[in-house]
Design a protein around this ligand. Sequence first.
Ligand code: 5AD
Ligand code: SF4
Length: 458
Amino acid sequence: MIYPKTVYIHTIGCQMNVYDSERIAGGLTHIGYRLVSEPESADLVILNTCAIREKAEQKVFSFLGRMAGLKRKNPEMIIGVGGCVAQQEGRKILDRAPYLDLVFGTHAVSRLPILVQQVETSGGRLVDVAISDVIQETPVYSVSSVSEQTSRFVTIMQGCDNYCTYCVVPYVRGREMSRSPERILSEIQALVDSGIREVTLLGQNVNSYGKKEGLCDFSELLTRVNGIEGLLRIRFTTSHPKDLSSDLIATFNRLNKLCKHIHLPVQSGSTRILSRMNRKYSRDQYLEKIARLRDACPDIAITSDIIVGFPGETAEDFEETLSLIRQVAYDDLFAFMYSDRPNAPAAHFMKKISETEKAERLQQVLGLQETLTYEKNQSLVNSHQVVLVEGVNQRMNTSEAFRETTPQWYGRTPGHKIVHFPEPARLSGSGNIGSLKTIRIEKAFSHSLWGRPVSEEG
Ligand code: 5AD
Ligand code: SF4
């Protein structure tokens, strides 16, 4: 072909899917594809899917419906579906979407370039949903497509062995497996060499990193990542509360690059529901971990996930969730209405909660958290926050708070809160992006902070 073929990649779902899409992009670039931002003109469309809740799954089929229209206009277009729905449904998606060329599962990302080449040459409809018991690494080139970013995700482990009763992950991502520290470190080094300043290490339960394989443990991995020159910040997600160790708690004070933020999903405040969810901790045990975290690190930001309307959740159980949220006073929360998943045991649990009730409970959680977040943000007024600068708002903001010198830069605190600050371009040029700046917070809003730089750092 004279001109490079083009690929449009659409990602639904969690950070792990974002990471997998980067690997997909790297592999396809390697075989001659150029990334485009619209599907209309693409020779190849890849949809990376999520199965965590029914809503995410519905998005898959509405996106595919749109692609069917494009394929009618351009019959040469190749359409592939990957990720968790691909893994869950396999060949069945081909029946449901007759215009689809390729279905590839969560363990087939490294094989995608070959699969695409097969479809290009033979034109057949392919399915690869094999689950492997060894990590399927992608070559190093797959991390090369860094553009103007400061922060990237790096998966350190795949799969999950925890089998929470509501969750589809163990069925669609397979058993828990950890990548070797050497691979992880060289990937991060490559990212840093191409300008990345912050990495978020990803796993379903990072606390059990390396245990099965007898690799180094997670604290040791963090220590080694902390040693990478040029890297400014480290984050990680997710920690299962049952496995949060004293060792990991201690790393927050020990490692200078590790952001003082932990995402510690509680899911419910009721011990009875936690046990039905197979979470393996009680309300009190969870609260005890929070106390230990705050003891060791009083300014740590804590965020969480909540599921409302799990089968059998009574008004009293739900009240316990609200009271736990109040007691912990999270910095932020992700809250979801419980959704039956085909493979997950809770799909067969009795005493389902109505959609109306779930929606009502969700609103209560979100309303409560909104107040707590606002109060947290207010408490940061007058504090100094070190922000990793991510970008600049070109658009002039005319609200009272922002009527200041432009441009308005933005970045995040260690606790992941967005901070906007003004600084004339003559002082910083574009050199702010990717650097650490200390900002004195002057104003706090529901979803962001605003302040002024006090000194240059990093
Ligand atoms: N229904 C609703 N929320 C779910 N989650 C996982 N499975 C389900 C489900 N079946 C939520 C949990 C998890 C987050 C990633 O998604 O809160 O921590
Ligand atoms: Fe799902 Fe539980 Fe594993 Fe998290 S720990 S991925 S909620 S099974």
